[in-house]
Design a protein around this ligand. Structure first.
Ligand SMILES: Nc1ncnc2c1ncn2[C@@H]1O[C@H](COP(=O)(O)OP(=O)(O)OP(=O)(O)O)[C@@H](O)[C@H]1O
Length: 669
């Protein structure tokens, strides 16, 4: 048997052991079918595919050479078993590059191209599609951020002073008004990022930015604005918040701007999929560089959930003059798909590396002094490292909604301070936080049904409402009742870190259903029982439901013998015949991933026995920040919290390197 065949067999063993996904083994086989394949290439392909499944966009050869076990999360024995089959591997990153560059399946960036499936860019190995997407995002972001518009700074300042509450000019004790700075920065180019934790006023700010754009436009009524988010729910929330904020500004701007009329013309917010013209059964989108979107300003909320492929598609479809504003929390979980684009793009956000020129503009346009400019001695280093993208990124730092214990816990987790996080959870003077540990599943079930001391109200509350169904025939009363049920369900949610096992979504949903039935709170007659909460797991454009939509099964008003699933879309109730929904799952418990873009009064977050590969800081932070008033952590073992909090997810990507290279090219010689 050749070494490569032995290695392929070794991959099958890893698949059996659950260490490698089947696609990884299949991809390595496919590559061997294309031409001569030395063992290092076959191995790199299997690893690359596995890492792609874990959210990485490339395989970093220096990490592979330095510590393959750490990279893959495998034991030394598991790795050595592969080595026995592969024979000696290249000793360092340089040797890996030389070995792979010699293979005909690999395109080395800069060399002649033959549509090879793999790309080697410096010491990063990519699947071609990911390399293309990453370069497109880097180039587009950098070039958009570089092209600055003519802005009348004095006029911007006048408007910002009108739109925001008057503060002291310059810098206040708790720092400058970053919201004003964000608006000033955004209007001067066709790319900007406004990042910040929950409640820091991202939507508050962007509503004022819209008002500013209307005010600066020659014909504001002709400004084509689009609002979008990765999920339907987040999109509806964005529109609602912007409408509320603009409504609150109408009196403030008075006759200076016909804001009420302009706000009324804003379109509904949609998902990025629908904005780009996604079609069933094909990856091809209706909008791309050849058929660009016809929009002047695009605001995208929850940008941390936008994966690499979607971001590339979005930037590709936007004309260079369209103003793109990304809103999101850079510290939240990235999407399940490959890439952590917002996090990568925001790498300078915390430091706020503004050049003196930016600081000068910010002062003129907003009256605010950026801290970097104050530290004048830093100016030279800032100028050297500050690239165009950093100039167009603003981090909001002051949370308006999220002080108190939940805010302190979120900060401790974000800082990787497990001791402080545990102390917050154990301080019992406030009912906002509790930690059930070591918990048994029955503890969780009690919490799910009745809440806990200080935070009463679990699922019993919405299930009790089911018995108050209005009499047949009164459609308005029926809709009002449906809304009450949906809102009551949305006050409490169980969020799980994992899908499988006793502490995963599937196991917990099953246990809750059994318990609710035993207590007579639900009556399961088949799959579509009254009161069953469901989550849509696949977009269905025909039916008009999208992955992540959550609804509740209730009797059809028109036909009591059939069941419909009712969804709340902003303020409106929408329903679909239950049997038309092909892909749904029960949603008493859902994953933290799926909860992004939503908030609940009380969140109970469940971690499994061990942190493993999945349970890391971003996940814990995202779960905590879904809670508005109460947060309960449920863990079968104490140690899992610390293990999760200290582990920061590192997704391999070349985005920062590519942006750095582009920034260097922009530096004056
Ligand atoms: N400068 C401000 N002055 C007064 N209230 C503010 C200010 N900024 C934000 N708020 C209020 O704080 C709350 C949170 O703001 P907002 O919803 O815009 O935050 P967000 O960052 O978009 O939150 P999330 O991450 O949850 O979407 C809102 O009630 C908003 O009206």
């Amino acid at each position: 048997m050749t070494q490569v065949n032995a290695l392929l067999e070794g991959f099958d063993n890893l698949v059996e052991a659950g260490l490698l996904r089947r696609l990884g083994a299949a991809f390595a086989r496919f590559i061997t079918s294309l031409g001569p394949t030395p063992a290092p290439l076959a191995l790199a392909c299997a690893l690359l595919s596995e890492l792609e499944g874990r959210g990485h966009s490339c395989l970093k050869l220096d990490e592979l050479a330095a510590d393959p076990c750490a990279l893959m999360g495998w034991t030394r024995e598991q790795w050595d078993a592969l080595l026995d089959r592969s024979g000696p591997l290249p000793p360092d990153a340089g040797a890996w590059c030389t070995a792979l560059a010699a293979c005909e399946q690999v395109w080395v960036v800069g060399a002649e191209e033959h549509r090879q499936p793999l790309v080697l860019d410096c010491d990063r190995l990519y699947l071609r599609r990911y390399w293309r997407n990453e370069t497109l995002v880097a180039r587009q972001a950098a070039s958009r951020a570089t092209r600055l518009r003519e802005v009348d700074a004095a006029r911007v300042r006048q408007w910002l002073d009108l739109l925001f509450d008057a503060g002291q000019p310059g810098m206040q004790a708790d720092g400058p008004d970053w919201q004003k700075i964000a608006c000033a920065i955004a209007v001067r180019s066709s790319f900007s990022i406004i990042t910040g934790g929950p409640g820091t006023g991202k939507t508050y700010t962007v509503a004022r930015l819209l008002a500013l754009l209307f005010a600066l436009a020659e014909e504001p009524e002709r400004l084509r604005i689009a609002l979008a988010a990765p999920t339907g729910k987040a999109a509806a929330r964005l529109k609602q918040s912007i409408d509320d904020a603009l409504g609150g500004l109408v009196a403030r701007v008075g006759t200076a701007l016909p804001l009420a009329g302009l706000a009324a013309r804003l379109p509904a917010a949609g998902t990025l999929h629908s904005l780009l013209g996604a079609r069933p059964d094909t990856r091809a989108l209706r909008h791309h560089a050849g058929n660009p979107l016809e929009v002047d300003v695009l605001i995208v909320d929850e940008a941390s959930m936008v994966h690499l492929e979607m971001m590339a598609a979005l930037l590709d479809a936007l004309p260079p003059t369209t103003m793109l504003i990304l809103l999101g929390d850079k510290d939240q979980l990235a999407s399940v798909e490959a890439g952590a684009v917002l996090g990568d793009l925001c790498f300078d956000a915390q430091a706020g590396r503004y050049t003196p020129a930016s600081a000068q503009y910010v002062l003129a346009a907003s009256g605010q002094i950026t801290p970097a400019a104050i530290a004048g001695t830093l100016a030279a280093t800032i100028a050297a490292s500050g690239d165009a993208l950093a100039q167009q990124t603003v981090m909001l730092r002051k949370s308006r909604r999220f002080g108190g214990p939940i805010g302190a816990l979120a900060t401790a987790v974000n800082d990787g301070d497990a001791l402080a996080a545990a102390a917050c959870l154990r301080a019992r003077e406030d009912a906002a936080l509790r930690w059930l540990e070591p918990a048994r599943q029955t503890d969780l079930l009690g919490l799910a049904i009745d809440g806990r001391a200080g935070a009463e109200g679990g699922y019993r509350a919405y299930l009790a409402l089911l018995r108050q169904m209005p009499p047949a025939g009164d459609a308005a009363a029926y809709e009002a009742w449906v809304k009450t049920v949906l809102l009551a369900f949305d006050t409490f949610r169980i969020l799980c870190a994992v899908r499988e096992g006793e502490w995963g979504v599937a196991g917990i949903n099953q246990a809750i259903e059994q318990r609710l039935e035993r207590e007579g709170l639900i009556r399961r007659r088949g799959e579509w029982y009254t009161g069953r909460p469901v989550m849509v797991t696949r977009n269905d454009h025909g039916v008009g439901v999208f992955n992540g939509d959550i609804g509740i099964v209730l009797p059809d008003l028109a036909r009591a013998d059939s069941q419909r699933v009712y969804f709340l879309n902003g303020d409106a109730v929408r329903s679909v015949l239950a049997t038309r929904l092909a892909a749904v799952e029960t949603a008493y418990a859902m994953t933290v991933h799926k909860s992004q873009g939503s908030e609940f009064r009380h969140v109970a977050m469940v971690l499994p026995h061990e942190a493993g590969q999945v349970v890391a800081r971003e996940l814990v932070y995202t779960g905590i920040t879904r809670a508005r008033e109460f947060f309960t952590l449920v863990t079968p073992a104490v140690a899992v919290l610390e293990a999760a909090v200290v582990r920061k997810t590192q997704r391999a990507s070349g985005l920062r390197v590519l942006l750095g290279e582009l920034a260097e090219k922009q530096q004056p010689a």
